[in-house]
Design a protein around this ligand. Structure first.
Ligand SMILES: Cc1cc2nc3c(=O)[nH]c(=O)nc-3n(C[C@H](O)[C@H](O)[C@H](O)COP(=O)(O)OP(=O)(O)OC[C@H]3O[C@@H](n4cnc5c(N)ncnc54)[C@H](O)[C@@H]3O)c2cc1C
Length: 470
């Protein structure tokens, strides 16, 4: 059987499974009248990456269908997978589930076997990066999710009964209204990828880029490249530079030894994945502190590949103490030696900073952060943890000062900014199974009695009663 026919069969099976599990299927959210001539969506999801898609599907299955997903990237290029991620395979174990909402035919495995043939899954160690994006594209198409690409949300404002989103579509401004907005804006959605200021201020921008941006690696041909960082992104950038003909890559990091243990594997158990957000503030801060001080190692395959390439060198215990330009070269001093590079790549991760997010420019100042709500013992102090939003149990933002912006409860931070409140896993692939199901019911509670009382649909019919006299 061809892949085309297997996929068609899978899609038929999926429709059947969805129908069997559909109850109760009806729409139930009472529509809200908007400004004259304008629609009010029940939910607008900002970000059409995997989280945005999975949330959209969850809402539709729950009978919330007046929704829209907005993504600033062109169709098929949402998220990191085909833009700035460079690894061959995902880091997530292949047996993870969650995007499927309990439908076996919607799993990555089902799609993979339909695409590559029966038994093909057994040979997979981890899903390939490009395959993962192909799966997400299929997921969106087969479910008919209402995604609009090339739409960037550049501001969100609170209005009396809804949130108003300012958008730019190919540069053309627009406005959209929604009673709830989910920010599914990704790993940097609670801040920004950032080059340490001491490096960014010392170098011309064309000589120094962040690893998590789209890079034309052809420009590194015959160049000496310095990389700062030891995560997967650092090793993947090293591989890409060398494969594009870089003369040398020196990968430097501060730690005395490369970490080997991945702390994320330790939290992959149901109790944590499901209920971590119920833990008290002290424990949640401690967990965030553990993840701040125990980095993930690079993925094995990225490490092995980089080390196998001529021109690659790794330097532990090598923080960049001084950085500057001299004779058109980047000069770097570490505790043990000095380097001269032509180009620099910083694989230095993201910083939490709500104020730098365009979509939050009107609201960031009113959002409660961890530093507003919890003071850790001095040995666990961390400005970075304190800068994360202090979210409610449903990912909703909370007000810093009660009464200033109560509508913040209509805005949900389903991105990596949620890591302290909801757990480091919660918006990654392995967290979806437990983190996505949330509901609009509370907003509808005022209408619920009227709705029950107004119910008139007969469930049985019978012949008109004969009166006793007849
Ligand atoms: C190099 C790399 C490798 C990774 N590997 C893994 C892995 O193996 N396993 C794993 O679980 N996680 C991995 N991650 C983490 C990964 O980012 C997330 O798991 C996954 O992408 C999260 O999906 P998401 O939908 O939440 O965010 P994303 O996939 O990042 O999608 C967010 C979307 O929001 C859009 N967006 C942002 N702001 C706006 C705006 N203002 N207006 C409109 N659209 C906007 C973006 O265009 C983007 O498409 C990796 C991350 C990186 C950087």
């Amino acid at each position: 059987m061809t892949a085309e026919r297997r996929l068609a069969a899978l899609e038929a099976r999926l429709r059947d499974e969805a129908e069997r599990l559909a109850y109760p299927a009806g729409d139930w959210v009472v529509p809200l009248a908007g400004p004259p001539g304008q629609r009010v969506y029940d939910v607008a999801i900002v970000g059409g990456g995997q989280s945005g898609l999975v949330i959209a599907h969850g809402l539709m299955r729950d009978g919330v269908r007046n929704i829209v997903v907005l993504d600033r990237n062109p169709e098929g290029l949402e998220g990191p997978w085909l833009t700035y991620a460079r690894m061959a395979i995902l880091r997530t174990p292949k047996h993870q589930v969650g995007s499927d909402h309990g439908l076996p035919s919607l799993t990555a495995r089902a799609w993979y076997e339909a695409t590559y043939g029966p038994g093909s899954w057994d040979a997979v160690v981890r899903v390939g990066r490009e395959d993962w994006m192909a799966y997400l594209r299929w997921y969106r198409a087969v479910l008919g999710l209402p995604v609009r690409n090339d739409v960037e949300v550049v501001d969100i404002r609170c209005e009396a009964r809804w949130l108003a989103l300012s958008t730019l579509t190919h540069g053309v401004p627009g406005t959209l209204h929604a009673r709830r907005v989910v920010l599914a804006t990704g790993y940097d959605g609670g801040g920004a990828w950032r080059i340490p200021p001491v490096i960014a201020d010392a170098l011309p921008p064309e000589r120094c880029v962040h690893a998590n941006t789209v890079i034309d690696f052809a420009r590194y041909r015959d160049r000496r490249v310095g990389i700062l960082g030891h995560g997967a992104g650092a090793f993947d950038a090293a591989v890409a530079a060398l494969q594009h003909g870089a003369r040398s890559v020196d990968l430097c990091f501060r730690r005395a030894v490369l970490p080997t243990v991945n702390p994320h594997r330790a939290i992959e158990f149901v109790g944590f994945l499901k209920d971590f957000c119920e833990a008290d503030d002290a424990l949640r801060w401690r967990v965030a502190h553990h993840f701040e001080t125990h980095d993930q190692p690079p993925a094995q395959h990225s490490y092995d590949l980089a080390c196998s390439l001529p021109g690659f060198a790794m330097h532990a215990g090598a923080p960049w103490l001084e950085v500057g330009m001299a004779d058109d070269q980047v000069r770097v001093r570490t505790p043990a030696r000095r380097f001269a590079f032509d180009e620099v790549i910083c694989a230095t991760g993201a910083v939490p900073d709500l104020a730098c997010r365009p979509e939050l420019r009107s609201l960031a100042a009113d959002i409660a952060l961890w530093r507003d709500r919890y003071t850790p013992p001095p040995e666990l102090a961390s400005a970075a943890i304190g800068a994360h939003p202090y979210l409610g149990r449903h990912y909703e933002f909370l007000e810093r000062e009660p009464g200033r912006a109560p509508q913040l409860a209509w805005l949900y931070g389903y991105n990596f900014g949620a890591a302290v409140s909801m757990g480091p896993h919660s918006t990654s692939i392995s967290g979806h199974k437990y983190s996505v199901p949330r509901s609009l019911f509370l907003e509808q509670q005022d209408d619920v009695l009227a709705r029950i009382a107004a119910h008139r649909e007969p469930e049985i019919t019978w012949p008109p009663l004969q009166s006793a006299a007849e």
